[in-house]
Design a protein around this ligand. Structure first.
Ligand code: GLN
Length: 547
C-alpha cells in the first residue's frame, strides 16, 4: 500500500507546485523509494487537449496517449517515471465518468450527488496502482478556495480518513510576499490560506513557502505557531536561477526529511544526490553558449513550448554549453525575407502547432536553414513545413501545402503533400478517423515505433535503428510523394514499421537538417538528454565555432 502525499496551493497560483512535487519525487527516489506523481485538475475540460497553448501552456502527451497538463512533464523530467493516462484527471473527466455511469444505470435508484458520487469517483482515481509504489504524490491544481476545487479537497480529506492513520500527509504551498516599504516578509496571506484549508477539514503537515529571499527564524516560528505545523516543517522555497537546482535546494531546506518525519519513517535512508549534483554542475559550469531560434506561433507564452525549452537545456548540458533560446514569431516574415530575423542564430527549431497562421513564415525558415546550411530541427508541424518547402522549391510541386489549411479555409488551394490521416495501425488493431470527427482525443496520440534507415543521420544520433516516440497529430506527410522528394535529396530516414507513415525526413547533403513527425522533447530528461536534442545542440555548437 502506497503512502500518499497531497500537494495543495494557496494565496496565488503559479507558485511552482508542480515543480515542488516533482523535486520531492526526485528526493524520495534519491533515498531509495519508488514514486508516482499525479495531477488532479479542477477545470471542466475533459482533458487539456482542446485548450489553447496561449492559455494553458503545452499539452503533455504520455506514452499511452493521454493529453495532459504540462506539470506531468516536470514529473517525468525529474523522476524519469513515465506518466500514464491514470496520472492526470480533471473535473470534466470525473463528471463525465459519473454521468456515464448514471446513464448506464450503475447507480439505479439513487440521487447522484457531489458527495458521495463525485468524491468516490475521485478517490477511486487516486488509488489506481496503489500497490505499485512506496509513495503516491497527488497535486491538486488551482488554489484552495476555488469553487471548482472543492470536490477534490473534500475527496482527499475523506481519503486520508479512509486510510489507516499515518498513511497520508498534506503539503501546502504558499507565498510570503516581501513588502518593500516596510522591509518585511508577510505571513498573513499564508495564515489565511491555511485557515481556509483547515475550514474544509485539511490540516497541513508541511508548509512550503515561496519567497524571494531566505525566511528569518522569527517568521518561521510565527508561521509554525499560527498555522499549527512544526517549525522544521516550514520549508523555504526561494527563487532559483534554474529549476534543476530545486531537488538540491529543497533537500538543503529539509523538505524530504520533513516528509519522512511526518510519516515517522526512521531511521531515514540516506539520500544519494550524485545525479542532481552532476545536473547542477553541468548547468552552472557551461563552457560557451549557442543561440537557437524557435520559430513558432505561441511565442508570447513560453509555457506553450515548455518541453522543447527544457529539452534544449538538456542538449546543452550534454554538450556543456548554455543554450540561449529566442522566440521568433513566424508571422513576422510570412510575406517577406526571413534573413533579418534569423541571421545570427546557430540553429533553428520549428516546433509543433495547429492551423495555418504563421505557416508561410515557418516554410521560409525551413528554406533559410536549408540554403544557409544552418542546423534545423522540425518537430511535427515543423517537419511538415520542411517537407512542403522541399516539395515547392526542390521537387517542382509549386502548390504543395497541407490539407489542414484547406480544411480550415474551407476551400482547396494546395496540392496535399501533407494529408488528413484516415487510418493507421496501433498495436495490432486499425484506428480509423474521418474529417469532421470530434476534436478531443482523436489525434494519433502516444508512443509508436519507427524504423530508421541504416547509415542515416538519425540512426547515428540515436545509435539504433528502432525507436519509439510520442505523437500528437492529425495530418501526415503523404508517402505518395516519397520518390519525388527523395530524388530531390530529402530522404525519408524514419518510417512506421509497416512502411506507410513517414516519421523522419532529413537532407543528406546538409550539416544537420532533420524533421520528425513525433515529439522527441517529451522524453528528454536533464540526466538523460534526448539523443536528437543532444546532437542538434552539438551541431549548433559546431556552427558557432565556424562563425
Ligand atoms: N497540425 C499538425 C497535425 O495535426 C501538426 C500537429 C503538431 O504539430 N503537433 O498534423
Amino acid at each position: 500500500m502506497a503512502r500518499y502525499i497531497f500537494i495543495t496551493g494557496g494565496v496565488v497560483s503559479s507558485l511552482g507546485k508542480g515543480l515542488a512535487s516533482a523535486a520531492l519525487g526526485a528526493l524520495l527516489q534519491a533515498r531509495g523509494f519508488s514514486v508516482r506523481l499525479r495531477k488532479l485538475d479542477p477545470y471542466l475540460n475533459v482533458d487539456p487537449g482542446t485548450m489553447s497553448p496561449f492559455e494553458h501552456g503545452e499539452v503533455f502527451v504520455t506514452d499511452d496517449g493521454a493529453e495532459t497538463d504540462l506539470d506531468l512533464g516536470h514529473y517525468e523530467r525529474f523522476t524519469g517515471v513515465a506518466a500514464r493516462k491514470t496520472d492526470s484527471v480533471s473535473s470534466g473527466r470525473i463528471y463525465s465518468n459519473v454521468l456515464e455511469k448514471e446513464r448506464r444505470g450503475d447507480y439505479l435508484g439513487k440521487t447522484i450527488q457531489v458527495i458521495p458520487h463525485v468524491t468516490n469517483e475521485i478517490k477511486d482515481f487516486i488509488e489506481i496502482g496503489d500497490d505499485e509504489v512506496d509513495f503516491m504524490l497527488c497535486e491538486i491544481g488551482g488554489t484552495v478556495g476555488d469553487i471548482e476545487g472543492l470536490p477534490f479537497f473534500e475527496a482527499i480529506r475523506q481519503f486520508s480518513q479512509d486510510k489507516p492513520r499515518g498513511q497520508c500527509i498534506f503539503m501546502h504551498l504558499t507565498l510570503l510576499p516581501w513588502i518593500k516599504a516596510s522591509g518585511e516578509l508577510k505571513t498573513k496571506p499564508t495564515q489565511h490560506s491555511v485557515k481556509e484549508l483547515r475550514s474544509i477539514g485539511i490540516a497541513p503537515d508541511i508548509l512550503v513557502c515561496r519567497s524571494e529571499g531566505p525566511i528569518p527564524v522569527k517568521e518561521r516560528e510565527k508561521l509554525a505557531l499560527f498555522c499549527n505545523v512544526r517549525p522544521d516543517s516550514v520549508i523555504a522555497a526561494q527563487d532559483l536561477g534554474t529549476i534543476y537546482d530545486a531537488p538540491l535546494a529543497y533537500h538543503a531546506e529539509g523538505l524530504d526529511q520533513a516528509v519522512l518525519d511526518a510519516f515517522q519513517i526512521s531511521p531515514a535512508p540516506k539520500p544519494d544526490l550524485a545525479k542532481w549534483e552532476d545536473v547542477s554542475d553541468r548547468i552552472h559550469n557551461a563552457e560557451g553558449e549557442v543561440k537557437v531560434a524557435i520559430v513558432g506561433k505561441y511565442t508570447q507564452l513560453e509555457d506553450a513550448y515548455k518541453s522543447i525549452a527544457e529539452a534544449l537545456t538538456h542538449g546543452g548540458m550534454a554538450n556543456r554549453v548554455k543554450v540561449k533560446v529566442e522566440w521568433v514569431d513566424a508571422e513576422l516574415f510570412d510575406n517577406e525575407d526571413p534573413a533579418p530575423h534569423l541571421e545570427g542564430f546557430n540553429a533553428i527549431l520549428v516546433p509543433g502547432g495547429f492551423g495555418e497562421r504563421g505557416t508561410e513564415g515557418k516554410i521560409k525558415a525551413a528554406e533559410f536553414a536549408r540554403t544557409r546550411k544552418v542546423p534545423y530541427l522540425g518537430i511535427c508541424l515543423g517537419m511538415q513545413m520542411a517537407v512542403i518547402e522541399a516539395a515547392r522549391n526542390m521537387a517542382g510541386l509549386k502548390t504543395a501545402g497541407s490539407e489542414e489549411f484547406d480544411h480550415e479555409a474551407g476551400k482547396k488551394r494546395f496540392e496535399p503533400v501533407v494529408y488528413h490521416l484516415k487510418e493507421w495501425v496501433q498495436g495490432n488493431h486499425k484506428v480509423e478517423r474521418k474529417v469532421g470527427d470530434d476534436k478531443g482525443g482523436t489525434m494519433r496520440l502516444g508512443a509508436y515505433d519507427a524504423t530508421l534507415a541504416e547509415g542515416s543521420r538519425v540512426a547515428e544520433a540515436y545509435g539504433t535503428t528502432t525507436i519509439d516516440e510520442r505523437h500528437r497529430h492529425r495530418y501526415e506527410v503523404d508517402i505518395k510523394y516519397r520518390e519525388q522528394l527523395e530524388k530531390a535529396g530529402l530522404s525519408f530516414s524514419g518510417m512506421s514499421p509497416d512502411g506507410r507513415l513517414p516519421e523522419i525526413v532529413e537532407w543528406s547533403d546538409h550539416p544537420w537538417f532533420i524533421g520528425v513527425q513525433f515529439h522527441p522533447e517529451l522524453k528528454s530528461k536533464p540526466f538523460d538528454p534526448h539523443p536528437l536534442f543532444q546532437d542538434f545542440v552539438r551541431a549548433a555548437k559546431d556552427m558557432s565555432r565556424l562563425v
